[in-house]
Design a protein around this ligand. Sequence first.
Ligand SMILES: NC(=O)c1ccc[n+]([C@@H]2O[C@H](COP(=O)([O-])OP(=O)(O)OC[C@H]3O[C@@H](n4cnc5c(N)ncnc54)[C@H](O)[C@@H]3O)[C@@H](O)[C@H]2O)c1
Length: 323
Amino acid sequence: MARIYESRKRILVTGGAGFLGSHLIDRLLGQGHEVLCVDNLFTGTKRNIEHLHSHPRFEFMRHDVTFPLFVEVDEIYNLACPASPIHYQHDPVQTTKTSVHGAINMLGLAKRLRCRILQASTSEVYGDPSVHPQTEEYWGNVNPIGVRSCYDEGKRCAETLFFDYHRQHRLEIKVARIFNTYGPRMHLADGRVVSNFVVQALRGQSLTIYGDGSQTRSFCYVDDLVDGLIKLMESPSEVTGPINLGNPDEFTMRQLAESVLKLTGSKSEMQLQPLPPDDPRQRQPDITKARQLLAWQPATKLTDGLQPTVAYFRSLLGLSAST
Ligand SMILES: NC(=O)c1ccc[n+]([C@@H]2O[C@H](COP(=O)([O-])OP(=O)(O)OC[C@H]3O[C@@H](n4cnc5c(N)ncnc54)[C@H](O)[C@@H]3O)[C@@H](O)[C@H]2O)c1
């Protein structure tokens, strides 16, 4: 039986020591909730949550979601999964297990507790899209046997499980398809384009551009994304998703590189390299549903979000503001 004491909830965030999870936890604690952070620290780090160490409503549990978990909570955000290609390709079998077994274990927990559960899905379920921008109705164009499949297909299977638990067990589910998100606490060396460019620019190294730099991505600032996740969790029960959360403003890799060079004041050059396999040419969310159903849209401009991101990496690299 779910325990609801007035409006304060006890909320489980899996993957809570990661980039998105740690920001989500900050926000939930700020709203007065209790938070149980479950993470195996594969890509997450204690540094992301060390400021919460003595917080009276915060608890950390080191646990791998591929194993069953028995706790008492009122709500579950399931974010546990390595998210960048370098990390999820490191141990692809474990990546699929994390998505699939992790979903089964967390859905089993939600079923026992009869509580709401939100899945952090991804725009990668659309694969290399032939529809642009991507709406939730688009079924995707995913290679089932490629090097990215452990992540893409793992996340697709997790979505299937969420909807089957919803249909079969009448579980209250929420599925967010998250598009590229950036901000402080991203990994230093995870190969994602924003962190790559910022770190390379700050170190005075060449900025690596794959292909000719004309492929586009959209970038959502982490604070906006966290707003979207919480609004989705709090939406009426008939709003299950899948729902796209991302910033529809599209930039070429070259434009992003130029913005980073300007903000860091770096004199780094751009260096072209071949495109990695299965790399999508274009990725842009259609967020009509999020606008209509959640009254949500991103508020942060790329340059405004890049500033705190640059400041974070500057401090992580031990550089002074003038560097
Ligand atoms: N950041 C993005 O742009 C983005 C985009 C789409 C989807 N997502 C999804 O959002 C979620 C969070 O992503 P992120 O960017 O914060 O990545 P992240 O790597 O920083 O966080 C993932 C967290 O999950 C933990 N984890 C991994 N495997 C685990 C396991 N088996 N058991 C317990 N914990 C485990 C990691 O240690 C880490 O703390 C992921 O599910 C990811 O797929 C993120």
